[in-house]
Design a protein around this ligand. Structure first.
Ligand SMILES: *Cc1c(COP(=O)(O)O)cnc(C)c1O
Length: 380
């Protein structure tokens, strides 16, 4: 068996063709024809009111923090078990991160622990849909209504996954996606912001265009564009959008293959008593973004990683709890006790999962894991 990498970005066949078309077009900067096609396709697929491509998922979160009018002293509730950008976007505008423990079954923010973290300074809740499996959005939306808070979904893992039939990223006031190469659909670096609360629509365009009303100018609604607000250059190049469109147009094929690998892993590992497997709550349809197991200890995880590496299988773990970092101490606070965040951080292991991974290779991975836990190294 050849080397099984942890990840490989998806190529569906049309990427070069679309990039070539972009090269022969009039513009390759932001909001060219491929950007507009990606946005229209996403709006249609997700049933979303407004989707704007961004230079990254991080940029989409930064735009969300500006739209939420975050100012020093504000508090934003989120899990500590997440990527740094979830927190950084808000801290960069002066907010304090209020970290809440995760659920041991989904690794998502524990919705039962959110209310005790809310006070007069709270502005927003940022649910992160870990592994493309939805947070308990009904409870989160109820709390947001009760305390007049914004909900900003970090749906970086969650494109095309659903909660009660509704696409992740379209449920809160704002949703953020990533097209980084580690995500299901990519263009190297990229992202998108979904504006569900229409009161943010106009300002979102301005913030994304360096604080100007250039988008209106492009549409012929004003005869010159000027400086209106703060902002930055949050657009995606049309060259990248050309690549992205090729990925998005094959979304169903990519999603089907990823879920087939996910299901294979689940079925083959279900019988292993030593490990914990992902849990999909009722009403959630996931997108095969990532498959993880939880090992009994950090020591065993290290041994398993080395064992698999010797068989040329590359696995990774992630998310060192944000509250336990230099920035976390300075700009964050953990509410309640950490019962699950650290444990997940120390025990979770991600298996290879990408579009071009064959079921045969996935089977080789599960055989190796069985061999490790049954101390039977005859499988090769
Ligand atoms: C990938 C990711 C991001 C950031 O996306 P980039 O496109 O890499 O900037 C944010 N949040 C989560 C949970 C992510 O996994």
């Amino acid at each position: 068996m050849h080397t099984i990498p942890f990840n490989q970005f998806a190529l569906t066949g049309n990427e070069i063709n679309y990039i070539q078309q972009a090269l022969h077009s009039e513009m390759i900067s932001g909001d060219g024809q491929f950007s507009l096609r990606c946005q229209a396709l996403l709006e249609q697929q997700l049933q979303a009111k407004k989707v704007l491509l961004t230079s990254s998922g991080t940029a989409a979160l930064e735009m969300a923090a500006i739209l939420a009018n975050i100012k020093p002293g504000d508090e934003v509730i989120m899990p500590s078990y997440t990527f740094v950008s979830t927190a950084n976007a808000f801290v960069a505008r002066g907010a304090t991160c209020i970290f809440v423990d995760i659920r041991p079954d989904t690794q998502n923010i524990n919705e039962q622990l959110i209310e005790q973290a809310i006070n007069a300074k709270t502005v927003a809740i940022v649910p992160v849909h870990y592994a493309g499996i939805s947070c308990a959005m009904d409870t989160i939306l109820e709390l947001a209504t009760k305390y007049n808070l914004l909900v900003i979904e970090d749906a970086a893992h969650g494109l095309y996954a659903t909660y009660k039939g509704q696409a992740l990223g379209t449920i809160g006031d704002i949703g953020c996606f990533s097209f980084h190469e580690t995500k299901n659909y990519s263009c190297g670096e990229g992202g998108a912001i979904v504006i569900n609360n229409t009161k943010f629509s106009e300002r979102a365009e301005i913030i994304r265009e360096k604080g100007t009303d250039r988008s209106k100018f492009f549409r012929g609604e004003v005869d010159k564009y000027t400086w209106q607000d703060i902002g930055s250059s949050y657009l995606m190049s049309d060259l990248q959008a050309a690549f992205l469109l090729a990925n998005l147009e094959k979304a169903e094929i990519i999603n089907t293959q990823r879920c087939a690998i996910w299901n294979h892993y689940y079925q083959e590992l279900e019988g292993l008593q030593a490990i914990e497997l992902p849990y999909i709550p009722e009403n959630c349809e996931h997108n095969g973004h990532l498959f993880y197991i939880k090992t009994p200890s950090t020591r065993l995880r290290k041994q398993l990683i080395d064992f698999l590496k010797a068989k040329k299988i590359h696995t990774v773990f992630h998310y060192l709890p944000l509250h336990d970092t230099p920035m976390g101490y300075k700009h964050g606070r953990f509410i309640g006790s950490d019962k699950e965040t650290l444990r997940t951080s120390e025990q979770l292991l991600r298996l290879p999962l990408f579009y071009s991974l064959s079921i045969e290779s996935a089977h080789y991975v599960t055989e190796a894991i069985h061999a490790f836990f049954t101390h039977d190294d005859s499988a090769s």
